[in-house]
Design a protein around this ligand. Structure first.
Ligand code: PHE
Length: 453
């Protein structure tokens, strides 16, 4: 069943790519030096995180269309072979093996989820096939080896960003954490948030856990309510977070939820609804950012996909594919070691989500944004935080934001780094806190439950 659905998807996508390419000549399919260049893609096209895979796939397909339209790489067209891992780590490993051993792909794009990237990466590393994860943020992913890269920032930075937003902008003193123990990303981010929030003078009043796939969170949420936090940090994926938000309100826990990029999905609000309004999460970009680079991408994406607005997964995957193609163009040949060397030398690649430069651990150093889930599920831009030493050359600061963060810097290093003191406020001043307090919870936050200004 799994295999069949995966196979079906390969055929479907390969066919789609082949069909589009046919007029341009196509060529041999295989590991030969001429003909199409095969790239493997692994993602959750189905399952509880289906939007991660489908959104990423759309970003990748758009990048492929553009590069092929512009003549391909070294005169050859790109063909992406996508496999569905159904959101299962073992399937991600199997898919990577199959793409490498049977399809002879020259590089791999994926996965989104850190746990699944961690299952894929050893296969890529052992075969010396470069792998670029668009959006796996857990530190351990690229540590697997020198063939493993990512196009995004890492969680020591992402967790710091939300801790800083919680303490400086929302003025919170007490928070609780609910993490998914079966998800490396969630466990890692929970720890970084815990360490940074504590260091910034806050207190974690309760630390609870669940396992992805659970549907009843009421016992943990009741404990959390008893500990009286001012916010609940839930660094999980959108399906779980949506359910958690609803059940939190059901047990009478009305404080805002805080989270990370794993919230980003059009399904989040469909599942969680109004229970999520007034909550915040860190992310890779904001579609409302007036930066020309972002707006150009949003326009192209909408045109390609019938008006669909690209989430951060689509943007990150577009950037990961673009970064890989850029490296392949620069590589002296298309062997694994040559592509790897070129990827490692990536410098100031002009991505939609920021300029990408690989550090010596094959991670990107990029800004993060904080988004608020506003009425009706719209994501409202609430601020941007820059990693230390990074100038805002990639994306311009939103022109009208009262919560300007220019000059604000933060470490992109190991958890526990002391934030660099700056003169400007973290993610803006009172407006975000004000709106959290005023409009945050449709069910009504009890007096005293509001973050104090
Ligand atoms: N950063 C998440 C992880 O590593 C994946 C993710 C990225 C999910 C972006 C949504 C958006 O597991």
């Amino acid at each position: 069943m799994r295999c069949m659905s995966a196979k079906f998807l390969v055929c479907m996508l390969a066919l789609a790519v082949d069909c589009k390419k046919e007029p341009e000549g196509g060529g041999n399919v295989g590991g030969a030096d001429t003909g199409v260049i095969k790239i493997g893609e692994v993602g959750s096209m189905t399952g509880t995180e289906a939007t991660f895979g489908t959104s990423s796939d759309r970003g990748i397909q758009l990048a492929v269309k553009e590069v092929n339209g512009a003549g391909g790489i070294k005169g050859r067209q790109i063909q992406v072979i996508a496999l569905d891992d159904e959101g299962k780590p073992e399937e991600a490993a199997t898919a990577a093996t199959r793409l490498i051993a049977s399809e002879h792909v020259l590089a791999l794009l994926g996965e989104v989820a850190s746990t699944r990237s961690l299952f894929m990466a050893p296969k890529a590393q052992a075969a010396k096939v470069p792998m670029v994860s668009p959006s796996s943020t857990n530190e351990k992913v690229t540590a697997v080896g020198d063939y493993i890269f990512r196009a995004c920032f890492i969680d020591p930075f992402q967790g710091y960003v939300m801790a800083k937003f919680a303490t400086e902008t929302l003025k919170l003193k007490k928070a609780a954490i609910l993490r998914d123990v079966r998800n490396d990303y969630s466990v890692g981010l929970a720890k970084v948030f815990n360490d940074n929030f504590t260091k910034m003078g806050g207190q974690i009043v309760d630390n609870e856990s669940y396992s992805s796939g659970d549907v009843d969170f009421k016992a943990q949420l009741t404990n959390i309510k008893g500990a009286a936090p001012q916010a609940l940090y839930v660094p999980g994926y959108y399906t779980d977070v949506g359910l958690i938000a609803r059940q939190a309100r059901e047990v009478g826990l009305t404080v805002p939820l805080l989270g990370g990029d794993g919230w980003d999905s059009e399904k989040l609000y469909e599942i969680g609804g109004v229970a999520l309004e007034g909550s915040y999460f860190s992310n890779h970009y904001s579609v409302d950012d007036p930066s020309p680079r972002i707006q150009e991408f949003v326009g192209k994406f909408k045109k390609e996909y019938g008006g669909q607005v690209p989430d951060s997964l689509a943007a990150q995957a577009y950037d990961a594919a673009g970064m890989l193609f850029d490296a392949m163009k620069r590589a002296k040949d298309l062997s694994g070691p040559s592509i790897r060397d070129a990827l490692a030398q990536t410098k100031d690649y002009k991505g939609v989500t920021g300029d990408i430069t690989m550090d010596d651990k094959r991670n990107a150093t990029k800004p993060a944004v904080v988004l608020k889930v506003a009425k009706g599920g719209k994501y409202e831009f609430s601020g941007r935080i820059m990693p230390e030493g990074l100038k805002q050359s990639g994306t311009e600061a939103p022109a009208e934001s009262p919560k300007k963060t220019e000059g604000n810097t933060a470490p992109n290093a190991a958890p526990g780094n002391v934030p660099t003191p700056t003169q400007t406020p973290a993610v803006g001043a009172t407006s975000a806190a004000q709106s959290a307090a005023n409009t945050g919870q449709p069910q009504g936050v009890p007096a005293g439950g509001h973050p104090k200004k």
